[in-house]
Design a protein around this ligand. Sequence first.
Ligand code: NI
Ligand code: MN
Length: 232
Amino acid sequence: MEITYYGHSCFSVKIGQKTILFDPFITPNEKASGINISDVKADYILISHGHYDHIADAVLLAQQNDATVVSNYEIVDWLSKQGATKGHPMNIGGHWFFDADDNGTKFKVKCVVAVHSSVMPDGTYGGNPMGFLIESADGNFYYAGDTALTYDMKLIGDYKSIDFAFLPIGNNFTMGIDNALIASEFIKCQNIIGMHYDTFGYITIDKVEATAKFQMAGIDLHLLNIGETKTI
Ligand code: NI
Ligand code: MN
């Protein structure tokens, strides 16, 4: 599957003919100044929780692309009041099938536990934070959102085969490298794409050390350059 990195925790993944975008935080992110927001494509925008560093460009990109926003009920409701016209509300434990192309091919989104917090930028209640497990004919992957290491991740590894996973590795606000390594073992995944690191001072990491720790465990840690597209 084709993955593009837009900085912080924002990635797009192509499934069939459709593009899913996760947690858009591009225009306020100095590290992503090389990205032209009008070039960012999305058919679906999945939001893990209400914090500004995950939602900043959600309305703009939903309008620009006529995209459907997918998140918990509270966040979809808030985004609709800000001008995102198409939304699909969900909550943890539920799944839904979305169109991967216009010929009836579907992909499945399941909302899973994330241990974090969630509030909208204006102080509105943001529901519970979550991660997403995506299943499609092209492969399965897990987008963890902002989260601590949690034993619930074992459920994902025990019941699904995961081709790749987006895990936060920046520490301080989420799990760091050592716990992300344990998470990779819980979900039984050999291809980890790091996120939520190096954007702010609190979450600066040693990339060489991080990559080496994963390598020693036989797991590939992919640290994409902002703007890079990679196929896994
Ligand atoms: Ni957060
Ligand atoms: Mn965050």
